[in-house]
Design a protein around this ligand. Structure first.
Ligand code: S3P
Length: 426
């Protein structure tokens, strides 16, 4: 579907956004692993989290929507069924990599498949450490899906230093570590998001060379009430839209303010963005609060390497802010972007070139400058929800608007994007 956007005049109002995608996946998984019924409030309504729910359904775990929460009745570690057919993770890397850590320790065989995009994404990064723990996993020739996971009841603990910043890889190892008597430890030089550690209450240590997270059998999850804060990665699109629009004021309620995810706020504030926090509090171990955003003049800044894992999902929309900020925009040390739902470095550069900006593509990033010369461009989403929404926001800043091809993919994280935009724009 082609989605057309016109130029907007201003942003005004208040938004409630769906639950954080990363926290939602984990809330479903950890509830499924616990013995008994857990409740999840404000679960993400995106397709990715539905993929996680569908995979657990095939493992014998039902999720049920009751009033304003979702109920998951877990059956404990030994309670999963051998699935009758493959587990389809759809478009979701988080589903695939985290569930692999759980399945690696089961006494049955399972096969994980996914859509065309997921079937191209790298899986060696989880196969290597899980195999070192005693798991038996095979993949396609290129180390991509389908993954076949053989019974592996006797996993052993490992000490593993992550070769790349990845919360998905870290979580897969820590989840497999829940089946070992000894402690598994994962070392990160540039720490990635820490929802798994927080939600399971894992021990962590900060050391000179980074951060170490530990898991063992004693950390196996119990039933719980989860309150999922609004997704800061989804909020980022509305934050940038407001910052770029004159005389604008937006409040976004109950946004996740977990420090391993708020890098986007720090960067935008340093660029000159007016973003204030109110009503900060914690719910089920995760910090949250309201954000108040006002239209602002922005300047491009140097984005440091250490913050990249913290803003990895926000780089598409950050680069849109960069178009309208003073000076040239540069992002480096972000080669992980090439392994996302699409090669995001290539997708962003390809779309920016359609505006006739001066774009330079690097293996680990890109830079651009110059003035927009093309009015009414047609962008491509490359089937990637974050690219679709980022260029939708850009189109709303262009005099003659813009169009995005293949826009439906926004439903991966936020099916209500268009309705939310209509509610807050004039
Ligand atoms: C996620 C971790 C990140 C992020 C993804 C969600 C998670 O991926 O890009 O959208 O929920 O753990 P990596 O861990 O591969 O960097």
């Amino acid at each position: 579907m082609i989605q057309e956007f016109s130029k907007i005049n201003k942003v005004e109002g208040e938004l409630n956004l769906p639950g954080d995608k990363s926290i939602s996946h984990r809330a479903v998984m950890f509830s499924a692993m616990a013995k008994g019924t857990s409740r999840i409030y404000n679960l993400s309504n995106g397709e990715d989290v539905k993929s996680t729910q569908a995979c657990f359904k095939k493992l014998g775990i039902e999720t049920k929507t009751v009033k304003d929460f979702v109920e998951v009745t877990g059956k404990g570690f030994k309670g999963f069924h051998k699935p009758e057919s493959f587990l389809d993770a759809g478009n979701s890397g988080t589903t695939t990599r985290l569930i692999s850590g759980i399945l690696a320790a089961q006494n049955f065989e399972s096969v994980i498949t996914g859509d065309e995009s997921l079937s191209k994404r790298p899986m060696k990064r989880i196969i290597t450490p899980l195999t070192a723990m005693g798991a038996r996993i095979t993949a396609s020739e290129n180390n991509t899906l389908p993954l076949k996971i053989f019974p592996g009841e006797n996993l052993h603990a490992i000490k593993y230093e992550l070769p790349m910043a990845s919360a998905q890889v870290k979580s897969a190892i820590l989840l497999a570590g829940l089946h070992c008597d000894e402690e598994t430890s994962v070392i990160e030089r540039n720490p990635s998001r820490d929802h798994t550690e927080r939600m399971l209450g894992l021990k962590i240590e900060k050391s000179g060379s980074g951060k170490i997270s530990y898991s063992s059998r004693k950390d196996y999850p119990d039933t719980k009430e989860y309150f999922v804060p609004s997704d800061i990665s989804t909020a980022a699109f509305f934050i940038v839209l407001t910052l770029l629009s004159r005389n604008s004021l937006l409040r976004i309620k109950n946004v996740s303010l977990n420090e391993s995810r708020t890098g986007i706020l720090h960067v935008l504030i340093e660029m000159g963005g007016s973003i204030e926090r109110e009503s900060e509090r914690k719910a089920a171990g995760e910090p949250l609060g309201d954000l108040i955003i006002r239209g602002s003049e922005l300047n491009n800044i140097i984005i440091p390497e250490e913050i990249i894992p913290n803003i990895i999902d926000e780089i598409p929309i950050l680069s849109i802010a960069g178009i309208f900020a003073d000076g040239n925009f540069t992002i480096r040390n972000a080669s992980e972007l090439r392994g996302k739902e699409t090669d995001r470095i290539n997708a962003i550069c390809s779309n920016l070139k359609r505006l006739s900006l001066d774009v330079e593509e690097y293996e680990d990033g890109f830079s651009f400058g110059g003035k927009i010369k093309n009015s009414n461009p047609v962008f491509d989403s490359f089937g990637d929800h974050r690219i679709a929404m980022a260029f939708g926001i850009l189109s709303m800043q262009l005099h003659s608007g813009g169009k995005i091809n293949n826009f439906d993919c926004v439903s991966i994280s936020n099916p209500d994007f268009i309705r939310q935009i209509q509610n807050i724009t004039r």
